[in-house]
Design a protein around this ligand. Structure first.
Ligand code: ASP
Length: 581
């Protein structure tokens, strides 16, 4: 290859026996056997064993004694076949070793703060020394998987006629439901850019601008609390199409997802992906991102319990239940009741069916024959009820469903379940103010025939929005947009904005909508979530080279950091809060 090496460490094979090759990499392990020194040399492709024999190479043998883990070496020597009893079937280079003639210490290393093969290192330490953490197999694999998938996505998008266009990071706040990160502007003290929560309005402008099919692997910034699937900054496969049907958008995404699986040599999910309406998802799974790797479907018993002798059922707006394939004990039921209360339930009514099919329950005596027949369940099972408003029943049973699936080991980890959730509501009530607010974002159009509901019955209006869900994770969302200025204004009005407010905030966009806007729609796929799932990781930090910790800092660089007072003065900023140490 060049003066440093002829091959990668992991590529030295039996067909090279007899040839002289140079390799370069890090010392994974060094074993001193009196005269002979064995070194496992590692690069991103794997490990090759070097043997330094003083009888063959005196100088190399002297150097070898001073070598420690993670030194960087260049070694040259003859590839030889290992003795039969020394063959290591666990590594690809296990049949051979290199008898070293020349050995160069290219760089030394301090003793590392942790062993690279120790799986129990705490995350703050891993992030503090992320460059060492990245040397591990797991992280190398994740980085490479990311690159493979991003390349496959780009290929798929280009094949589907999309063009990659860049959009600004520093912009005006975009309403995606999170807080903006603000950027002060020295040339205009007192004014701020927002870091784009997504390229939403710019991609819509691309459609007005005639781009037809836009995509970008876009970085987005949102000032939200961090979680396993959330970081301040994250990447999206962002896209938008002119003159689409909803199914066109779903098709584009399905192709990109399938291309990603194929690029990794995996069996892709079969197309078209399963589809569920939002209403169905909430009714049957109590979630708009249901995990379908297990059953535990929620059932509705509102009809059969009208006029029930059990007051809790009769007085509730709806009665729903879950059949759990386990004869739950009193202690388990008590814990589940506590759990249900945390999710807003007032209590947890239940029936337990024992091994003989006998029903054990404090409420059984109140239930009529038809009720008991409706709840009939196999021996050794339990029926858990939520009797409340639909919203509370969905929330409680949805939470119980996922909790119990994990606790009882019902999740089939070998399965992948991708699905589209369709027809979300257009509006929901803001929990704090009680006013109508958007569910997706305010540029989402209603489904055909629901325009009139914007004013008449906002709570019943459905939107043309769709989410992609994989094993209970929301991978992304999109919608067919509003392309008419009057409809856009009506949506703003329904959300309680006066026309003046709407114009002050979005006048520039409303104006654009009046200048020949084609129907358009699109999607954004959360790339980090997608990659984490593909990599079998449960936290997106594992597929981000330099993520922030859960408290929002970077232990490696120490960011965020206080700003020098001269910089703040230039920006016209006076701090009200003393900077945290
Ligand atoms: N901008 C939206 C988001 O970031 C996605 C979309 O509607 O295309 O979630």
């Amino acid at each position: 290859m060049n003066r440093w090496r002829d091959v990668y460490c992991g590529a030295v094979r039996a067909d090279a026996v007899g040839s002289t090759l140079a390799v370069a990499g890090w010392v994974a392990r060094r074993r001193d056997h009196g005269g002979l020194v064995f070194i496992d040399l590692r690069d991103h492709t794997g490990i090759v064993q070097l043997v330094v024999n003083p009888e063959r190479a005196t100088e190399a043998a002297e150097a070898a004694h001073g070598i420690r883990s993670e030194f960087v070496l260049r070694a040259q020597g003859e590839v030889v076949r290992r003795a039969d009893d020394a063959v290591n079937p666990n590594i690809a280079t296990g049949e051979v070793e290199i008898q070293v003639d020349e050995l160069e210490i290219v760089a030394r290393s301090d003793p590392l703060p942790f062993q690279l093969d120790d799986d129990g290192v705490e995350e703050p330490v891993r992030l503090r020394y992320r460059y060492l953490d990245l040397r591990r197999d797991r992280m190398q694999q994740n980085l490479r998987l990311t690159a493979t998938v991003v390349a496959a996505i780009r290929r798929s998008m280009e094949e589907q006629g999309f063009i990659d266009i860049w959009t600004p990071s520093m912009t005006l706040g975009t309403p995606e439901g999170a807080r903006d990160f603000l950027v002060p502007v020295r040339l205009q003290p007192g004014k701020f850019f927002a870091l784009a929560q997504s390229p939403q309005l710019f991609k819509q402008l691309f459609m007005i601008g005639g781009a037809d099919r836009y995509y970008q692997i876009a970085t987005c910034w949102r000032d939200e609390d961090l979680r396993a699937d959330r970081q301040f900054e994250f990447r999206q496969l962002d896209l938008e199409l002119a003159f689409p049907t909803r199914d066109d958008v779903l098709d584009v995404l399905e192709r990109a997802v399938v291309a990603s699986f194929e690029a990794l040599g995996r069996t892709p999910p079969s197309r078209p992906f399963r589809r569920l309406s939002y209403a169905d998802a909430m009714l049957r799974f109590g979630s708009d991102k249901p995990d379908l790797r297990f059953g535990l479907e929620i059932q509705d018993a509102t009809e059969v319990t009208r006029g029930s002798q059990f007051g809790v059922f009769t007085n509730a707006e709806c009665v729903r239940f879950l059949v759990v394939p386990d004869e739950l004990s009193r202690a388990q039921l008590q814990r589940l009741e506590e759990f249900a209360k945390e999710w807003g339930a007032k209590g947890l009514a239940y029936l337990v069916v024992d091994g003989d099919g006998e029903v054990r329950s404090p409420i059984a005596k109140f239930l009529s024959e038809p009720e008991l027949a409706a709840f009939a369940s196999p021996p050794r099972s339990s029926v858990l009820f939520a009797a409340d408003t639909p919203a509370v029943a969905e929330r409680v049973l949805g939470a119980l469903r996922t909790h119990l699936a994990e606790e009882l080991g019902l999740v089939d980890a070998g399965r992948d379940e991708l699905l589209w959730v369709l027809d979300f509501p257009l509006f929901e009530r803001d929990e704090e103010t009680g006013a109508w607010t958007f569910v997706h974002h305010p540029f989402t159009g209603p489904i055909e025939g629901h325009e009139d509901l914007i004013e008449k019955d906002p709570g019943r209006a459905l939107s043309n929005a769709y989410d992609l869900v994989w094993n209970g994770w929301e991978l992304g969302s999109g919608s067919i947009r509003i392309h008419r200025q009057d409809v856009q204004e009506r949506i703003f009005r329904a959300m309680g904005m006066t026309d003046d407010e709407a114009r002050a905030k979005f006048g520039w966009f409303l104006e654009a909508l009046r200048m020949g806007t084609p129907p358009h729609g699109g999607f954004a796929l959360g790339l980090d979530r997608f990659l984490a799932l593909l990599a079998g990781e449960s936290n997106i930090r594992e597929v981000i080279a330099f993520p922030k910790t859960a408290s929002g800092s970077d232990p490696l660089t120490g960011a965020p950091a206080p700003a020098p007072s001269e910089r703040l003065a230039e920006l016209g900023i006076k701090l009200d809060v003393p900077p945290q140490p």
